[in-house]
Write a protein that binds this ligand. Structure first.
Ligand SMILES: [Zn+2]
Length: 81
């Protein structure tokens, strides 16, 4: 079962959700009701190798992820504390 990653466009909260491939993607942030952006999980989709994700969209998502990685690490750390 793949892990889907989402980021809220509004509050920037990051979610990891285990979902069946047939399940509807999440669209609404549980925290603030904002719109969720679906990220592509590197651990699940890249292994499938169908190539559909190799798009400008995916590249942009990766860039965004790299830029935000410091913020995300902080968020995750504070949640676990
Ligand atoms: Zn939110």
């Amino acid at each position: 079962m793949p892990i889907y990653e989402y980021e809220c466009k509004k509050c920037k909260k990051y979610f990891e959700v285990w979902q069946k491939i047939t399940e509807e993607p999440l669209k609404i942030c549980k925290e603030c009701g904002g719109e969720l952006l679906k990220l592509i999980s590197e651990s699940s989709f890249i292994l499938k190798g169908t190539g559909w994700y190799v798009t400008d969209y995916a590249k942009k998502e990766k860039d965004k992820k790299d830029k935000n990685s410091k913020e995300k690490d902080k968020d995750i750390a504070s949640e676990k504390a």
